[in-house]
Design a protein around this ligand. Structure first.
Ligand SMILES: C[S@@+](CC[C@H](N)C(=O)[O-])C[C@H]1O[C@@H](n2cnc3c(N)ncnc32)[C@H](O)[C@@H]1O
Length: 274
C-alpha cells in the first residue's frame, strides 16, 4: 500500500527529528519498503496503522526504530583506497613521530555502519606498523544503528562482503572461516570499541582523537546539521588531528573550523584554531 502524502511527510519529519536524516520524495519507495519490517515487528497491520500508532502514542523507542530502519548502511572494506594509502604512507608515520612519548593513537569511526571502515583501519595498522605492538591503539566505532553495532562487535562478514575490498593476503591473515562466511580475528576485534552515538544529539565525552572518520554520512544531513556536527567533531579532535569525510562529500559552503589539505589523491582536513 502506498503512503498518503500526509503520512509520508509525518515520517520524514520524525526521521529528521530523530536522526537528522533528510529523506527525499524520490525515496518514498525505500521508506515504505524498510518500514514494512518495522510494522510487522510491532504487530501493526500495515504502514498507515504504524503511522497512526506513532502519531497517537509518541512512542520514542518506536520512533528510534523507524529512524534506524531507514538509515543507509552501504559500506565496504577499504572504501576509497587512497585514504588508506594516505594513512599508511603519511598520517600514521607522522602520528608515530608526534605521539612517541604517550605511545597512543586514537581513531574515531563516527558512522561505522557494519564495521568495514574501522576494521580496514585496524588492518592497515597491524599490517604495516609492527612497531605499534606496544602502543595503545584505540579505534572507537560508533553509529546510530544498534543493529549495525552488533555486526561490528560480531565481526562476521559474508563471502560477498569480504570480496568487496579484502585482498587474499589480508583474508588469510586477519579472518577465520565462520560457517559460509568469515570472522575478523580476535586480535583485530580487540582493537575496536563499540559505542552508540547519534551524531545529531549531544554525545558522551570520548576523549580526544588523532583521526576522525566522518565519511559518507554528512550527505544525509541538512547544512545546519552538518555545520553543528563538524564543529563538535572539531572539539573531539586533538589540535593536530585529522578529519576525513567521504570522497564524494565536501565542506565547501559550510562554516566549519577546518583547513583543507591534499595528500596525493586524498583530501584531508586539519582543525583550525578557534
Ligand atoms: C553509508 S553508511 C557509511 C559507512 C562508512 N562510514 C563508510 O563510509 O563506508 C552511513 C552510516 O551512518 C549512520 N548514521 C546515519 N545517521 C546517523 C546519525 N544521526 N548518527 C550516527 N550515525 C548515523 C547509518 O546508520 C549508517 O550506518
Amino acid at each position: 500500500m502506498s503512503l498518503a502524502t500526509a503520512d509520508f511527510t509525518f515520517l520524514c519529519d520524525l526521521v529528521a527529528r530523530h536522526s537528522g536524516n533528510i529523506i527525499a520524495a524520490r525515496h518514498a519507495g525505500m521508506l515504505e519498503q524498510r518500514l514494512v519490517g518495522v510494522a510487522g515487528s510491532v504487530g501493526a497491520r500495515d504502514l498507515p496503522s504504524l503511522v497512526k500508532r506513532l502519531r497517537d502514542s509518541g512512542d520514542l523507542a518506536l520512533s528510534d526504530q523507524v529512524a534506524e530502519a531507514v538509515t543507509v548502511n552501504e559500506t565496504r572494506f577499504f572504501r576509497d583506497e587512497h585514504l588508506f594509502e594516505a594513512l599508511r604512507s603519511y598520517i600514521i608515520p607522522e602520528l608515530i613521530r608526534k605521539n612517541a612519548k604517550r605511545k597512543e593513537i586514537r581513531i574515531w569511526s563516527a558512522a561505522c555502519s557494519s564495521g568495514q571502515e574501522p576494521y580496514s583501519v585496524a588492518m592497515v595498522l597491524r599490517e604495516y606498523f609492527p612497531q605499534l605492538s606496544d602502543w595503545r591503539i584505540n579505534i572507537v566505532a560508533t553509529d546510530l544503528s544498534l543493529q549495525m553495532l552488533q555486526r561490528v562487535q560480531a565481526g562476521t562478514y559474508s563471502q560477498l562482503e569480504v570480496s568487496r575490498g579484502v585482498s587474499p593476503k589480508n583474508l588469510v591473515r586477519f579472518f577465520d572461516r565462520s560457517g559460509a562466511g568469515w570472522q575478523i580475528k580476535q586480535e583485530l576485534r580487540d582493537m575496536i570499541e563499540v559505542q552508540r552515538v547519534n551524531l545529531t544529539r549531544p554525545w558522551p565525552y570520548m576523549g580526544q582523537f588523532d583521526i576522525a572518520l566522518v565519511r559518507n554520512v554528512l550527505i544525509y544531513f541538512d547544512r545546519q546539521t552538518k555545520n553543528d556536527i563538524l564543529k563538535r567533531v572539531r572539539g573531539a579532535l586533538r589540535p593536530e588531528g585529522y578529519l576525513f569525510i567521504g570522497a564524494a562529500e565536501t565542506l565547501i559552503g559550510l562554516s566549519v573550523p577546518y583547513q583543507r589539505r591534499e595528500i596525493d589523491a586524498t583530501i584531508i582536513y586539519r582543525p583550525t584554531n578557534c
